[in-house]
Ligand binder design. Structure first.
Ligand code: FE
Length: 132
């Protein structure tokens, strides 16, 4: 059974996060390409939600998409939800943490096998935890 979704007030999120993490993860912002902490990271480990600590992605599923954002072809089981995003003129699919609703990034259908998906994720929404 999954733990109860994490809900905090806006003030609590703001107190917990850096301004950049708050802007991206709680307000749906996007970090500039090639500026984040994890886009070029190659160590083995897990990528957790910066807000609630839920395990979202694993280095085993990370690949270099050339986009300047951390990119994964697979998520941890039941870790992310999808929402339709109409903020730009093109229709995109937003991905959010299934536990606390943090904005993570978007998913596109141009990724590698085995899924053919590219989860294009903001570093600011992720916390890296090396495997033991
Ligand atoms: Fe979360």
């Amino acid at each position: 059974m999954l733990p109860r979704p994490a809900h905090k007030t806006d003030a609590e999120w703001r107190a917990q996060l850096t301004p950049e993490q708050y802007r991206v993860a709680r307000k749906g912002g996007t970090e500039r390409a090639f500026t984040g902490e994890h886009w070029d990271r190659k160590e083995n480990g897990a990528y957790l939600c910066v807000c609630c600590g839920r395990r979202l992605f694993d280095s085993a599923h990370k690949y270099d998409s050339g986009s300047g954002w951390p990119s994964f072809h697979t998520t941890a089981p039941d870790a992310v939800g999808e929402k339709e995003d109409r903020k730009l003129f093109i229709r995109r699919t937003e991905v959010v943490c299934s536990h606390c609703d943090a904005h993570l990034g978007h998913v596109f259908p141009d990724g590698p096998q085995p899924t053919g998906l590219r989860y294009c994720i903001n570093s600011a929404s992720l916390r890296f935890e090396p495997h033991e």
